[in-house]
Design a binder for this molecule. Structure first.
Ligand code: SF4
Length: 180
């Protein structure tokens, strides 16, 4: 029987890919769930070309469209991350995933309530990691497209288009989220 197939933030499996060369191994995910599922590990920061160890980073700016910037030298990694995300999402679309386990709080992998810092260095916890946000957006658009193709053929094109318009105009922090 086919096992459940889950994408997962690589550091949760014990892989030493964090900025400091450490990992965030989760015993439940590894020891209890691990034997029952097939994991597809993803580390956005390493896979987009950054080394281990590397400078730590955070989200800054407009919480609705934050930039990914390193903490000490202020290097803006947003474009590097986003161009990798597009390519990786195409691959994951064919990976037959049943779900994804995201590492919380990460500016790349965190799914919700990730800190976004304003110009004065004050954080608001309304962001999503760049990879996690793009993954959820792609998933929703794919689901809408599939639903439309089966039940409402005309909507298969129109609904994703309307969703993209909403993203571009209102730039929500999440699809059910609010702007700050
Ligand atoms: S980018 Fe994601 S997978 Fe990689 S170390 Fe950070 S939290 Fe873990």
């Amino acid at each position: 029987m086919r096992k459940i197939r889950l994408g997962i933030s690589s550091c949760l499996l014990g892989n030493p890919v964090r900025y400091d060369g450490q990992h965030q191994r989760n015993a439940f995910l590894c020891d209890v769930l691990g034997p029952l599922v097939d994991y597809v590990p993803v580390c956005p920061e390493v896979e987009c070309g950054l080394p281990v160890p590397r400078e730590s980073m955070r989200l800054v700016g407009d919480p609705a469209a934050p930039r990914l910037v390193t903490n000490f030298t202020g290097r803006d990694l947003t474009d590097q991350m986003n161009s990798w995300v597009k390519h990786r999402l195409d691959e994951l679309a064919t990976a037959d995933l049943d779900g994804f386990v995201f590492k919380k709080d990460s500016p790349s992998s965190g799914l919700e309530r990730v800190k976004v810092f304003n110009a004065k260095g004050a954080p608001v916890k309304t962001g999503r990691g760049l990879f996690a946000g793009a993954f959820i957006a792609a998933l929703l658009i794919g689901q809408i497209h599939n639903f439309g193709a089966v039940y409402l053929p005309w909507a298969a094109t129109v609904l994703p288009f309307m969703l993209m318009v909403r993203i571009l105009i209102w730039r929500p922090t999440g699809f059910a989220g609010s702007r700050t």
